[in-house]
Ligand binder design. Structure first.
Ligand SMILES: Cc1cc2nc3c(=O)[nH]c(=O)nc-3n(C[C@H](O)[C@H](O)[C@H](O)COP(=O)(O)OP(=O)(O)OC[C@H]3O[C@@H](n4cnc5c(N)ncnc54)[C@H](O)[C@@H]3O)c2cc1C
Length: 258
């Protein structure tokens, strides 16, 4: 069995983000980049399934700029076998549906029985991609997996819900998004880091994969405006002259917190 893991390069989460005021898009060119933190859990789970003998191959699939291979290599260093990056100037400005269309075509090209996603990206934070891709591929899709086991053509997950945990069993092929509760991602070993560069890293354009309805032209949503949130007001300082507790109490009552 082949497992594909959708993984995304994102701006360093600790760095200041800049939105281009002309396009309304996040400036993804400047600053440090990294592999989306949530996606490491999906990569780790895929590698564990391979190590347990449930899969033969783990392939990373991504859409992003050509330089994204630098961040994706972290997934290869962890143990994934190769990657397919969809990179094309015509795909810039893709909205959620456009991105899902591009990833679905790339995943059809890879032909994996099991497709894994992280819970969300740390830049877009849509948390929608697994469901959107699952629908487009007309596959069973299951989100928020706290566990994932594969046996005899079926997968079983414990799914986090607002009320508790659902245990769901379904037949492959399927699309699954995983939570951070599923495992503890490994740190790449020195050998893994050294070997990552030599692993297959394919880059394909929109035309190679027959991607349509993506990019700015295919976007059904548009960013109409962006605003910086107002700076935080300075807080109230309470000087305790014997009535400190009362002052705090009055403040909380005034703010209707108590
Ligand atoms: C009008 C508009 C214009 C936009 N223009 C751009 C643009 O020019 N460039 C740009 O990069 N973004 C652009 N975006 C953002 C882009 O649409 C989203 O980043 C993308 O749809 C993924 O959504 P998300 O990041 O919220 O992913 P989520 O749904 O939060 O991610 C869930 C999981 O999906 C997977 N995933 C998400 N994105 C990718 C990816 N690209 N490759 C592989 N796996 C992935 C990961 O496993 C991730 O953990 C635009 C959005 C809008 C609304």
């Amino acid at each position: 069995m082949k497992i594909a893991v959708c993984a995304k390069e994102v701006p360093d989460t600790t760095a200041e983000k800049r939105i281009d005021p002309d396009t309304g898009r996040l400036d993804r060119e400047s600053g440090d980049k990294m592999l989306n933190e949530f996606d490491k859990y999906a990569v780790e789970q895929a590698i564990r399934l391979k190590e347990a003998g449930a899969a033969e191959e783990v392939v990373l699939v991504s859409m992003g700029p050509a330089k994204a291979t630098d961040s994706l290599r972290q997934g290869l260093a962890m143990g994934a076998d190769g990657l397919l990056l969809v990179s094309d100037d015509g795909l810039a400005g893709s909205d959620y549906l456009g991105t899902a269309r591009a990833l679905a075509k790339a995943l059809e090209d890879v032909g994996a029985e099991l497709v894994l996603f992280g819970a969300e990206s740390t830049d877009g934070r849509g948390g929608v991609m697994a469901a959107a891709v699952g629908e487009l591929m007309q596959r069973v899709w299951v989100t928020s997996a706290n566990t994932l086991a594969v046996e005899g053509g079926n997968a079983t997950v414990d799914r986090q819900t607002d009320e508790g945990v659902d245990t769901v069993t379904f037949a492959l092929p399927a699309v699954v998004s995983v939570t951070k509760a599923i495992n503890e991602p490994r740190y790449p070993s020195l050998k893994g880091i050294m070997g990552a560069k030599k692993k297959p890293q394919e880059v394909k354009g929109a035309g190679d994969l027959g991607i349509e309805g993506a990019g700015e032209a295919g976007a059904g949503t548009k960013v109409l405006g962006i605003e910086t949130p107002p700076p935080r007001e300075t807080g109230v300082k309470v000087k305790d002259e014997g009535d400190g507790a009362q002052q705090i109490l009055d403040f909380l009552i005034e703010k209707k917190i108590l």
